[in-house]
Design a binder for this molecule. Structure first.
Ligand code: GAP
Length: 444
């Protein structure tokens, strides 16, 4: 099982590089650990995941305000949030080779896993990336790259109240980069030093927190399912009191069965009034004339982990040896390429011309449509399967009614029809060009 799972991870990493989804950050200079660059297809998939999240959690609702806060934030924000004092992991260093490890993740706490040398004492290592703003490098110019997008929301709570006058309960959401100086970034895009989060803070009266906690638990599960995460690999873990983050009164981790073990995918936390109290913010209820500090429910999603779970859920292999076919069974709604359009032969101008017309029509309608005339048709299908393209459309001699190459069927029957080849079944069907857009739309 271990080998099988390892193989899957290696296959996913190699597919992502080969097909232009994900590359190591700063690769041509030897790579920068914990950073990843998304190529065209990876970037498209990430955009689709983020769009679907934003649609479900922001635009489809009446009670949500989307924001885009700055990544660099003042020292005082992180002092108030408790991150300067408490956002750290225990670090140990080998006295011989100086390699560093997270103490809480070590099986042998005495000996170095790399060289067998003695490990030193554990010390707390703050994971925030610190920098200084402007020319002077004094304590007043210290700033941090945010380790969570959440604080960008809390510091804009008052701005949102003043600008839009929302009534409780309401939420604020944002998608953006977060940075953590992880001691041991690992497992591809699972644990990075630079990553992206999709977070929302839902503000409510204290008495209502459980209702909203349950509501967002359901919303989180429904979003995971909607983007194609294999729900049989998702498990809920009630985080024990001793393991709760410093701000949390209750947390559920949604874990996923990755090839490297069952680990956190997303989290749902009840942050109580911790953050607003520490930032000295509150809410005035006009109806009752009361001023109080709302409580907060926080669904938090890592974009990169979502992408990894989607890729692992979608990866399929069929057949053996030469006939082995690997494909990504991505939902059409999130596939980076919805359909690929090909002329059967690229050296027949009449086929190319017709295929170009079909391509333009579909491109205008759907956007994420690819022109593919590289190699023979078998190779094209193989390539499109690997990037998860649900529909391959081929323009052949029957489409143009070429008598010399006709398949033998009644010419008029097949004129202006194309082949749609379906990724998952490999089946092909003949569809009239005028019905093509509706046919594809019905399957998204
Ligand atoms: N605002 C709450 C918060 O940041 P968290 O559990 O530390 O909570 C939330 O992070 C989510 O961000 C995680 O569930 C995970 O999806 C993602 N995440 C956290 N650290 C990450 C890392 N180093 N690399 C990639 N994703 C990460």
């Amino acid at each position: 099982m271990q080998n099988e799972q390892q193989a899957t991870m290696e296959k996913i990493i190699s597919l992502c590089k080969r097909r232009g989804f994900i590359f190591q950050g700063s690769e041509i200079y030897g790579g920068l650990a914990g950073t990843w660059d998304y190529g065209h297809l990876g970037g498209e998939l990430v955009s689709k995941l983020k769009d679907s999240w934003w649609k479900q959690f922001v635009t489809a609702r009446e009670d949500m305000y989307g924001i885009r806060a700055a990544i660099l934030m003042r020292n005082e924000v992180w002092e108030a949030s408790g991150h300067v004092a408490g956002f750290s992991d225990p670090l140990v260093e080998c006295t011989k080779c100086n390699h560093r490890f997270r103490a809480d993740q070590l099986e042998d706490k005495e000996k170095c896993a790399d060289c067998g040398g003695a490990l030193g004492d554990a010390r707390q290592f703050n994971m925030m990336f610190k920098t200084t703003i402007g020319a002077a490098e004094d304590s007043a110019s210290v700033a941090y790259l945010r380790p969570e997008t959440a604080q960008g929301i809390f510091v804009n709570f008052k701005n949102t109240l003043d600008a839009y006058h929302p009534k409780l309960p309401f939420g604020m959401a944002q998608i953006g980069k977060a940075f953590r100086n992880e001691i041991t970034p690992r497992d591809f895009i699972f644990r990075c030093r630079e990553f992206e989060q999709m977070e929302l803070e839902y503000f409510t009266e204290a008495s209502q927190w459980e209702t909203h906690f349950e509501h967002f638990r359901g919303e989180m599960l429904s979003w995971m399912e909607s983007v194609g995460i294999d729900m049989s690999h998702v498990h809920e873990l009630e985080v024990g009191k001793d393991d709760l983050a410093h701000y949390s009164k209750r947390t559920i981790d949604f874990e996923f069965d990755y090839p490297f073990g069952r680990k956190e995918l997303f989290g749902l936390a009840y942050r109580g009034d911790f953050d607003l109290t520490n930032h000295k913010l509150d809410y005035f209820d006009e109806a009752t004339g009361e001023r109080f500090v709302p409580h907060v429910i926080e669904p938090s999603f890592g974009v990169d982990r979502a992408l990894l779970a989607v890729l692992l859920s979608a990866y399929r292999e069929e057949g053996e040896g030469e006939n082995m076919r690997a494909y990504l069974k991505l939902k059409p709604s999130i596939a980076p390429v919805l359909c690929a359009v090909s002329p059967l032969l690229k050296n027949k101008p009449e086929l190319v011309e017709k295929a170009r017309t079909v391509f333009s029509m579909l491109k205008k309608e759907f956007g994420n449509v690819m022109w593919d005339d590289n190699g023979n048709i078998g190779k094209r299908y193989r390539r499109q399967d690997e990037i998860g393209t649900p529909f391959c459309i081929v323009i052949d001699f029957d489409t143009i009614g070429d008598p010399s190459n006709s398949s033998g069927q009644e010419k008029t029957e097949l004129l202006d029809t194309v082949t749609i080849r379906h990724r998952d079944s490999g089946e092909q069907e003949r569809v009239a060009i005028v019905e093509l857009v509706e046919k594809i739309k019905s399957q998204i």
